[in-house]
Design a binder for this molecule. Structure first.
Ligand SMILES: O=C(O)CCC(=O)C(=O)O
Length: 295
């Protein structure tokens, strides 16, 4: 089966411009048992919320950004999709839309996009969100050191066709020693709902450490490791809401079966004193080769 590599791994690799896709998943994989309870606003995060983040591996925040800031982020993304900055080459389209692309108008064009990679240096509005002072302040509390942005991407889920991002741990894509503190920030630009593919997380499972990943519908945790597991939390968010999540927290998003778009930004930060690993060192932990495991 093909690894469509739709995750953060491509920060270290060359992003192809077309994503070949993968087969449909079992809907049961994303069946949730509870719904996240967000705090209201980045300024209102308390020490108790930070303790909850460490315990559960995630923290949802509604109204993290103002409607204007959120709209700016969306405008920045659409500007890049429409070729507004010719130097930007990080749009990855669905391979099946390839032939139709030249004739598509703005709406249809954005609905042919799987994701964007490495865009913050190509649009000031997106950079401003990734370096928002309120966001950086919370990240510093979580990381214990100044945060360093090392990865930016946006996974879009167009109506009806937006594909799954299978269950995975983001750390399995990053060449950092396993003890490196990594925080992912997932920002809703649309209403992200259970139906259009909001985030699902396995609460508290970051504390169990790294899980072996396999090349299946993507670079992912084996379906049998997740199917029927308790503790699946759905994280619906309004536009401008965000999810903080630990680099070792298993998470994933289902296919968008709804008529509504689900566009989101995703930034990753590590602590300032983080060291680097080689891909070989990473794979010795997260890869399946040589380990007595099957998927
Ligand atoms: O935005 C999504 O649907 C999931 C993104 C994600 O988990 C990732 O790319 O690591």
């Amino acid at each position: 089966m093909k690894n469509t590599a739709t995750g953060p791994a491509e920060s270290a690799e060359t992003a192809s411009q077309y994503d070949a896709g993968a087969e449909m998943h079992d809907p049961e994989l994303y069946h949730h048992h509870s719904v996240a309870e967000p705090v209201d606003g980045l300024d209102s995060i308390t020490d108790a919320d930070l303790a909850r983040y460490r315990e559960e591996g995630y923290l949802a925040v509604e109204n993290a950004f103002t409607p204007e800031e959120t709209r700016d982020g969306l405008d920045g993304l659409i500007h890049l999709i429409m070729g507004g900055n010719p130097e930007f080459k990080g749009v990855v389209f669905e391979a099946k839309a390839r032939d139709a692309l030249p004739s598509l108008g703005p709406d249809d064009r954005q609905d042919a996009v799987r994701k964007l990679m490495h865009f913050v240096d190509y649009d000031a509005r997106l950079k401003a969100l990734s370096h928002h002072s309120k966001l950086l302040r919370v990240l510093e509390s979580m990381l214990g050191e100044p945060p360093i942005l090392f990865q930016d991407m946006a996974l879009l889920k167009p109506p009806h066709v937006g594909r799954e991002k299978p269950w995975h741990q983001d750390h399995a894509y990053f060449n950092f020693p396993i003890e490196t503190r990594v925080v992912g920030v997932w920002i809703a630009l649309d209403d992200a709902t259970v139906d259009n593919g909001c985030m699902r997380v396995l609460a508290g499972r970051h504390r169990e450490g790294p899980v072996v990943h396999f090349k299946r519908r993507d670079w992912q945790i084996c379906d049998t490791e997740v199917a029927g597991k308790s503790g699946v939390v759905a994280v619906p968010l309004k536009p401008g809401g965000l999810l903080f999540f630990d680099g070792l927290l298993p998470h994933g998003t289902p296919h968008n079966n709804s008529p509504k778009r689900r566009r989101a930004l995703q930034f990753h930060y590590h602590n300032q004193s983080a060291e680097k690993w080689s891909a070989k060192e990473r794979m010795a932990i997260f890869g399946s080769e040589g380990k007595d495991v099957q998927c």
